[in-house]
Design a protein around this ligand. Sequence first.
Ligand code: SF4
Length: 222
Amino acid sequence: MSKDTYSDLRRGPSVGESDLAPPPKEIIAYELHGNCYLNLTWRCTLRCSFCPKFKNIWTVQGYDLRLHHEPEPEDILDAVGDPPRYREIVFCGLGEPTMRLGVLMEVAGTLKRQNANIRINTDGLANLLYGKDITPRFKGLIDTVSISMNVQNRKLYEQYCRPGLPDAWPAMLDFINKVKTQVPHVIITAIEGLPDVDIQECRDIASKLGVEFRIRHLDVVG
Ligand code: SF4
């Protein structure tokens, strides 16, 4: 992969600007199931074939998550309001939150000082993206990391998730091994309903890695 392509992944949107007509009011934080979800970016290191945003669907549980700019830490903290109100504060998207690692860490630090319980939902490719192990930065700040493994092997991962970086599958598995030494709770998820995805094999991978496993359902967002 060329350096330019890496730069593009780290800088630019992975969907066309024309898809990003601003909604009436941008939603940076939204509440679901007693949790507060944070919408940091639309950018991704993957282009999952099942992703709703590639069908121009940006609505999650009634919240329109289109952004026309990426929020700054103060915008995000203002949008959260009172952190103790929530069971968890979840860095999510409709994009990959670790693509804004500096902002994520700054916001997480402020929230943790207010005793928030913090989760990151991620594709687990941050170490590959940044070319180093970033998981020690999570220690003491992040309570849970949930990694979207999605499928049970590299072939299906490349078929469905269409990574923009080479060797993404082994890098994601390595990320799981590293992050579980830094945070108390690690979950990997897979998608039930995608053809050829074997949920039992996914569960077995989680068991071998010594992390929790959860099922997500195809076409159910949120
Ligand atoms: S990682 Fe999530 S937001 Fe990004 S393309 Fe895949 S499904 Fe969409």
